[in-house]
Design a protein around this ligand. Structure first.
Ligand code: G
Ligand code: MN
Length: 381
């Protein structure tokens, strides 16, 4: 019995056509452009079995790493037909520590910076010592490390803490329906914050709905993978186009770092990209010249050059930008002068977390019209 199963895996290892490798696009939530592709194995043998069943069977007969390496060698043959971006390959932790893997990395060292190794591990790892050493070596060669299926296995937090990955791939079970579920959304946003704090990025897996995509972008997730953007298939990979328009780009100007942090977060949650933060009018002008933001959120009272002085200069240099003035002390006379100097909207700082998100979301979704309740609007271009 065992003999027949082992022989079946051995015949795959000798095959030059099994498994068939398919490639799935991974795209930027900001631009819709391809950032990378993941190679996935498909076995066309009888009886049909999903790939995880074949890999599990191989592991049972002691050929798990052999089969993974065979599949990865086949996947790497496609690299020359992937013009840009990275190629993501799946490994279990055990396979990463084999001498065959070290040899394979030597062979492909000239393209190491285009390779991502996904660690797919559903079992808990007793000691990370060996694995962390292996991962550090791979990283020193230029290979990026991803933790796969994060949020699915009971030990994925431990993997993340120990391996300090470059990429965290959030499992479909966390992503699915997040636009309808504030708890999932909060978890994903927290993971995106966490990733950016450790210099990593998040790939959301299993994205099937366009609403999920926009909720992911608003949560700060940079990359997505799923049927929505493209199913796994033969090369060349072409992601579905026209799905993503680039977000509006915002500049946040306030001398108080806490206000800057809150307003930036509000802007990101509304789906905007924050391209800069400035602490006075002078710095705002410099950054705006370099980044040409679509939206400028401007404080009035600031040292060096205040908002009233900067406003007409910003307006003249950026006639098409939306300028929203946030004032600590809302006064009718400053409201009028601010609008006269070219602001589109004037609102109190107290409304930064209530009215501002509505205004920004409305701008971002391309809807014009009056500002939301509580804000004075001049014109919304
Ligand atoms: O474990 P890992 O995340 O590497 O597995 C990816 C698997 O998920 C592949 O078998 C792939 O075909 C499948 N997959 C990819 N995108 C989607 C999706 O949008 N929805 C579903 N249901 N499955 C997907
Ligand atoms: Mn994977």
């Amino acid at each position: 019995m065992m003999g027949a199963r082992r022989r079946r895996i051995e015949s795959i290892l000798l095959s030059s056509s099994e498994p068939v490798v398919v490639y799935q696009p991974i795209v930027s939530t900001m631009t819709g452009e391809l950032t990378g592709v993941e190679a996935l194995s498909r076995f066309s043998l009888d009886p049909y079995r999903t790939p995880d069943v074949w890999f599990a069977e191989a592991a049972k007969v002691g050929l798990g790493s052999q089969l993974e390496l065979h599949a990865v060698r086949r996947a790497l043959e496609g690299l020359r037909d992937i013009p840009s971006g990275y190629l993501s390959l799946n490994f279990s932790a055990g396979t990463l520590a084999t001498p065959e893997l070290a040899q394979l990395v030597d062979e492909w060292s000239d393209v190491a910076d285009r390779l991502v190794f996904e660690i797919t591990e559903h079992d808990s790892i007793e000691s990370y010592d060996v694995l962390v050493g292996v991962v550090d070596t791979l990283r020193s060669r230029g290979i990026r490390i991803a933790v796969d299926d994060a949020g699915a296995g009971y030990s994925s937090f431990a993997h993340i803490l120990e391996l300090k990955p470059d990429i965290i791939k959030l499992d479909r079970s966390v992503i699915s329906g997040l636009h309808l579920d504030p708890v999932r959304r909060a978890l994903v946003a927290a993971m995106a914050d966490f990733a950016s704090d450790i210099g990593a990025s998040v790939v959301a897996e299993g994205v099937e709905e366009v609403e999920e995509l926009f909720a992911l972008r608003a949560a700060g997730v940079q990359q997505v993978q799923g049927y929505l953007c493209g199913r796994p298939g033969p090369l060349p990979v072409t992601p579905v186009s026209g799905l993503i328009k680039p977000p509006m780009r915002a500049l946040v100007v306030d001398d108080d770092p806490v206000v800057r942090m809150i307003v930036s977060k509000v802007a990101r949650r509304a789906g905007l990209e924050v391209v800069g933060e400035a602490h006075d009018g002078q710095q705002a002008i410099t950054i705006a010249t370099g980044t040409r933001p679509d939206v400028i959120i401007l404080d009035l009272e600031m040292p060096v050059m205040d908002g009233l002085e900067a406003l007409p200069l910003l307006r003249r240099a950026h006639p098409r930008s939306h300028i929203v003035v946030l004032s600590a002390h809302e006064r009718p006379e400053s409201r009028d002068s601010v609008i006269a100097l070219g602001a589109d909207l004037y609102m109190a700082k107290d409304d930064a977390t209530t009215v501002l998100p509505q205004v920004l979301r409305r701008l971002e979704s391309g809807l014009s019209g009056d500002g939301a309740d509580g804000a004075t609007t001049n014109k919304v271009r």
